[in-house]
Ligand binder design. Structure first.
Ligand code: SF4
Length: 388
């Protein structure tokens, strides 16, 4: 069935679920497989794209994001085929289409950068995580600080739009150590950085170690100090926070991730991928099967390929989800009058006094405010108090 929508922006997420090894903190849908039939996987991705095109035919494709897992393990020709197919199906403006691929810093993947650029990728995000050998060892990463540096240098040479990730608030990490890492990071002149505090997720190796008391995380107070220091140091190079963990020179924010945070429509293709698409005034939540084998077999035989869930959401859920995502951002959040009954408006003045929100404005049509840096850090707790 083809649903009629007016042309709306659309983000496309492709999940490649394979990694060389499993990092101990990782709760992503990633699996260690030595060999896969890449042609079979490509055919499955293309078939799923065809299916989603039918329900979003009137959208305009604004971004493609290859995530994982480790999508830089895909052969560049596989990446190219997916990009070509998406650009053939959806209307898009090639000059404005952001195409991101996540990569790890090992040499095989870095040697692929120029082939990935030829395949159509125009933005790469590398999982550096640390420049410190002990931290990399603790995080179970299989690259060295030298490989991390090489990956950044090659990435910056190859792509105008390049980002890398670091992790902080690690056990025993001091302010001085993090300051040194940040100063190394900004010296490369990258225009985007993602900086994540270590969190302990259930069903990970770190979860067991943490519960056993093998090590402790820094206190909230120390983590907040590290967060404040991060903003201060990055601002010296014009890298401004636009989301809890993301910093960019204005104009280099991740378009694709902004699609999620602004609650625009997106499709997720591949094991465990999620999507949100508004069809005939109802937002649908899509989820693909998480198990790679089950996903592949469903795509090969089902008419609704790989789809474990296609559920219409209530307008209350849509509002709550959009608020939760929007509160991660620095930009203004607007709550339309018809949704104001869903929140405790009285508490907003308290949040304002506590400097958790800023620029609180109320008109007959809407309430708007933006989250402060302090507020974004406790966005979940603010959300819990704000919702009725
Ligand atoms: S490389 Fe990334 S996706 Fe793969 S296990 Fe490590 S953190 Fe998870």
């Amino acid at each position: 069935m083809i649903y009629q929508n007016t042309q709306k922006p659309l983000g496309l997420y492709i999940h490649w679920p394979f990694c060389i090894s499993k990092c101990p903190y990782c709760d992503f849908n990633s699996h260690v497989h030595r060999s896969i039939n890449e042609k079979e996987w490509l055919d499955a991705l293309l078939k799923t794209l065809n299916y989603y095109y039918k329900i979003t035919a009137n959208h305009k494709l604004t971004s493609i994001f290859f995530g994982g897992g480790t999508p830089s393990l895909m052969h560049p020709s596989t990446v190219e085929s997916v990009i070509k197919k998406a650009c053939t199906l959806w209307d898009t403006n090639p000059d404005n289409l952001e195409i991101t691929l996540e990569a790890n810093p090992n040499s095989v993947e870095v040697n692929n950068f120029k082939h990935l650029r030829q395949a159509g990728v125009n933005r790469v995000s590398v999982g550096v995580q640390s420049f410190n050998a002990n931290n990399l060892k603790f995080l179970g990463r299989n690259h060295s600080p030298a490989e991390a540096i090489k990956a950044i240098e090659t990435g910056i040479e190859t792509f105008d739009n390049f980002s890398f990730d670091l992790m902080y608030a690690l056990p025993h990490q001091t302010i001085c150590q993090w300051e040194a890492e940040l100063k190394s990071a900004i010296e490369f002149g990258t225009k985007h950085l993602s900086l994540y505090q270590l969190t302990i997720e259930p069903n990970t190796a770190f979860y067991k170690q943490y519960k056993r008391g093998d090590w402790q995380l820094p206190s909230h107070e120390n983590s907040n100090d590290l967060y404040d220091l991060t903003g201060e140091i990055l601002s010296t190079k014009g890298l401004l926070p636009y989301e809890i963990s993301n910093y960019a020179v204005p104009g280099f924010e991740s378009k694709h991730n902004l699609t999620y945070w602004r609650y625009n429509d997106f499709i997720g293709v591949g094991p465990g991928a999620h999507g949100r698409i508004r069809i005939d005034n109802t937002t649908h939540a899509f989820k693909q099967y998480s198990s790679p084998a089950k996903w592949l077999s469903s795509v090969q035989k089902d008419t609704n390929p790989g789809c474990e869930e296609d559920a219409p959401l209530t307008e209350t859920t849509v509002f709550e989800e959009s608020l939760m995502m929007g509160m991660r951002l620095k930009e203004d959040l607007t709550i339309a009058r018809h949704n104001v009954t869903l929140i405790n408006t009285d508490i907003l003045a308290d949040f304002d006094k506590m400097r958790l929100i800023d620029n609180l404005k109320e008109s007959s049509n809407e309430i708007s405010f933006n989250m402060t840096s302090k507020g974004r850090l406790v966005a979940n707790s603010i959300l819990g108090k704000l919702l009725r």
